[in-house]
Design a protein around this ligand. Structure first.
Ligand code: GPU
Length: 831
């Protein structure tokens, strides 16, 4: 039974005493939960018991608002945004929920009076790592903003039993450990065992005549698996609205099992259970490119099928007939991973709900919208027709039929242009026939958007040029944003307090443009001093954290120069490394030179099968070992790799950074969102004109941004002309000596071969033009060092960066989706 069906109005007074916000109520709630849920008394409670009691005490207070929201949304029949995403990276919930409830101070005092270490309780929570990187974290930021903006919404995804692997570093190499995040229980989720849908796979289709004599298609599957809903409440900041993150867990279908049971195959029946459960067992750890594995396709169809069936159920429960489905719902596809939803909705409307093709298609293409997150060809999903047919025979028929209708239109519009038809087809016919998921997503959606201005332009002019020629109005831009609740208030309470005091209000937390009020104080020496103190304090905290985990000691006075993101060649962590080696060589050549001390900090995971990315991690750690232990360097520069970069650990990084490395090859990073998180916390950016960097620079002013490197245009021109990296290597003596130093074995205990695959690739292919941008990067880094010497000037730039970050709130992004794409309205739930 869904909450939306709760029959009784709430007894608000009863709820308030049970879930009051006063310090006394919090203390009582905490002790009750420790006793009745954890079954513990104070003296024997473990840190984990204390965390669980705190989490339940917080959740109790959210549930009241949740039920109210569900009741209101139901009676209002409100239009609902369904955000379909194979990944969600919400980060630990406790601290964020306390912020959004507005009870951080009360809870801190309550904990103090109970003699508890509040920070230790917060730190106890496991990271829900149900995503790889930017795409999954964006989904979580959007959920926060949807609730804060009071827009009814449901995030649909997969409840992976194992999320993204835990990264440890052993002998400088990345080692992956499985992420058993549910081991100690998850107090934030509520299982809904009765919200369960069958998901079908395999088998065949057949035609039959229904009682009206119409020809219909029946899908006879070979396997049925159940999806069961697990709900996590997503509370908005300072509002009564609570939306739903509904994640599906795969279970064996009871009815299906019984068949095996009846013929006495008990063992086989249990085996089928295990196989069913593998579907939601583990997240694929590839962050573009795609894995292309059969289980991945099964996962995608699994969560998509459950989600569409759930929406149809909700439609019947609230509005009624399916004709208004596209008025009740809008479905946003977070990349192509959920784009099977287009075929699945068609199937359900036609095969299960008796609609003809035209009515079903009318609803389907009006309900879907699609966000593209990459132009990298290797990241664009395609599935071989034979695999697709084996797993989803009915959906292949539907895809063919969509394609037939679509290509007919194209042929009418572009008479005789069969080349274009071939390019636009949902099926790639060159070589092994494959289904192009991006083409399916564009054809099945009424709106398509990129995630930053430059990216959306490139989407229109390169990747989807043919589609843009055909449907120019379908294409939009919505520049990404991040939530200031998580990345400022939770991660950086010191800075947040300082901003609120300086601006005379904390309104900026819900209206990030208000940060502009800081500009009036950008020259104020009192603010400068406190701004500097806040940054130094965060640097000390990070230094202590890193010392404890890696043994490397950083000097808080040094420039904290940070690159934290997935390890990928296009993101060019190795360009950063070449600069570090340059600094090292300079110091070795003239030890007495007046160099500004720097701490180079890296964080990020490599896909387990991505050899070159793993070699880059090894090289970072190898360079760190040599530099950090060279007495001649004497700590002037230090290099450290933060193990297991994730949302939780990232919260230590953003507040402490002075310099944010956003150095991808122009045209390759769709948006980037780390760039926004660093800048909001007062770091200056060194970056290329890529993704959202372009707009960040526009906002903060070019004098407050360290720009270097080729533009996207220059990149494609160079590529057209023919790019020869070895010419740079041969001509630039410093570049040559930096690369030669890697090959000398200095960083690899004399092994001259270890890093050869990396250096050979740079000199011979260099697909991401590291060598072409090397000289400009080094020069720009020299400017950074000079600028850092002038503390007043640097601090002023830092303040202006924060003051001008309003645009990059995910609240702004969600407002744009709501207004231009979804056409949804807020439904306030009063407190
Ligand atoms: N992104 Br496609 C991912 O994190 N994973 C993916 O599989 C794909 C894209 C990222 C983009 O690389 C990044 O530029 C962007 O900011 C982010 O999605 C959110 O849009």
């Amino acid at each position: 039974m869904s909450m939306a069906q709760s029959p009784e109005p709430l007894d608000v007074d009863r709820e308030r005493t049970r879930t009051g916000m006063s310090k006394t109520a919090l203390k009582q709630g905490f002790l009750d939960n420790l006793f009745y849920i954890q079954g513990r008394f104070r003296e024997v409670a473990t840190p984990h018991d204390l965390y669980m009691a705190a989490a339940y005490t917080t959740r109790d207070r959210i549930l009241e608002r949740w039920i109210k929201s569900a009741q209101r949304y139901k009676t209002n029949q409100s239009r609902t945004v369904c955000y379909l995403s194979a990944e969600f990276l919400p980060g630990p919930h406790l601290a964020n929920n306390l912020v959004n409830l507005g009870i951080v101070e009360t809870a801190t005092e309550a904990a103090h009076e109970l003699g508890l270490d509040f920070d230790a309780i917060i730190a106890e929570e496991a990271e829900p790592g149900l995503g790889n990187g930017g795409l999954g974290r964006l989904a979580a930021c959007f959920m926060d903003s949807l609730s804060t903006l009071q827009i009814p919404s449901i995030g649909y995804g997969i409840r992976y039993e194992f999320g993204i692997f835990d990264q440890t570093i052993e002998d400088g190499w990345q080692v992956e450990k499985s992420d058993n995040w549910l081991r100690n229980g998850n107090p934030w989720e509520i299982p809904r065992p009765k919200i369960r849908f069958p998901v079908l796979y395999g088998g065949y289709t057949e035609q039959y005549r229904d009682h009206d004599g119409r020809s219909r298609t029946r899908w006879v599957p070979a396997q049925i698996i159940d999806g069961v809903a697990y709900d996590t409440p997503i509370l908005g900041y300072g509002v009564g609205n609570v939306n739903l993150l509904r994640l599906w867990k795969a279970e064996a279908s009871e009815s299906f099992d019984f068949q095996a049971f009846n013929v006495g195959d008990y063992y086989g029946a249990v085996h089928a259970k295990i196989e069913a459960e593998t579907i939601s067992k583990v997240l694929y750890p590839n962050d573009e490119p795609e894995a292309g594995k059969e289980l991945r396709l099964k996962q995608q169809f699994f969560f998509v099928s459950c989600s569409i069936q759930d929406m149809i159920r909700l439609q019947f429960n609230t509005v009624g007939p399916l004709d208004s489905f596209a008025e009740k719902f809008v479905i946003q596809l977070n990349d192509t991973h959920p784009s099977l939803a287009i075929a699945e909705l068609m199937r359900l409307l036609m095969d299960e709900h008796d609609m003809d093709w035209d009515r079903a298609w009318d609803i389907t293409h009006r309900v879907f919208c699609y966000t593209n997150h990459t132009l990298l060809p290797e990241a664009l999903e395609t599935w071989s027709v034979s695999l697709f047919e084996r797993l989803l025979p009915r959906h292949l028929e539907i895809v063919y039929e969509i394609n037939r209708h679509f290509l007919d239109e194209v042929r009418v519009h572009f008479l005789g242009d069969e080349d274009r038809v071939r390019r636009m087809s949902l099926i790639a016919e060159d070589g092994e026939r494959r289904v192009r998921m991006a083409n399916l997503a564009v054809v099945g959606s009424r709106a398509v958007n990129g995630v930053a201005a430059l990216h959306s332009e490139l989407v229109k002019t390169t990747l989807f040029k043919d589609f843009h020629d055909f449907w120019p109005d379908r294409f939009h831009n919505v520049t990404n944003g991040v939530t200031p609740r998580r990345f400022m208030v939770v991660a950086n309470p010191r800075l947040s307090r300082l901003i609120s005091e300086t601006c005379g209000s904390d309104d900026w937390i819900r209206d990030l443009d208000r940060l502009r009020d800081l500009e009036a104080h950008a020259m104020d020496s009192g603010l400068h001093e406190r701004w500097h103190e806040v940054k130094i304090a965060a640097k000390r905290d990070l230094a202590a954290w890193l010392k404890h985990r890696t043994g490397v000691l950083l000097d808080p006075e040094a420039i904290f120069d940070v690159q934290a993101k997935r390890i990928h060649e296009y993101k060019r962590q190795h360009l950063n490394l070449l600069h570090i080696i340059r600094c090292y060589q300079r110091l070795k050549q003239s030890p007495n030179q007046d160099m500004v001390p720097r701490a180079f900090i890296f964080g990020g995971k490599a896909a387990p099968g991505y050899f070159m990315a793993k070699l880059i991690i090894k090289l970072i750690n190898a360079v760190a070992e040599v530099i950090n232990n060279d007495p001649q360097i004497n700590g002037f520069i230090r290099v450290v790799f933060m193990p297991d970069f994730n949302v939780k650990n990232g919260q230590h990084l953003y507040p402490a950074a002075n310099l944010s490395e956003q150095i991808s090859l122009a045209g390759k990073e769709a948006s980037g969102t780390g760039n926004m998180k660093f800048s909001m916390n007062g770091a200056l950016t060194i970056g290329t004109l890529d993704g959202a960097n372009v707009e960040i620079r526009e906002e903060v002013g070019k004098e407050n941004f360290f720009l270097f490197g080729m533009s996207a245009e220059e990149v494609s021109q160079r590529q057209r002309e023919g790019y020869h990296p070895w010419e740079h290597y041969a001509k630039d003596a410093e570049l040559k000596s930096d690369i030669d130093l890697i090959n000398s074995g200095l960083f690899s205990h004399g092994d001259t071969q270890l890093f050869r695959p990396l250096t050979d690739r740079l000199v011979n292919q260099d697909p991401f033009m590291v060598l072409a941008d090397y000289r400009a990067y080094i020069a720009c880094q020299d400017h950074v060092a000079e600028a850092y010497r002038d503390h007043r000037h640097w601090t002023r730039m830092s303040i202006l960066n924060v003051a001008r970050m309003g645009k990059f709130s995910s609240d702004r992004a969600i407002r744009e989706y709501a207004e231009h794409i979804w056409r949804t309205e807020p439904h306030p739930i009063d407190l």
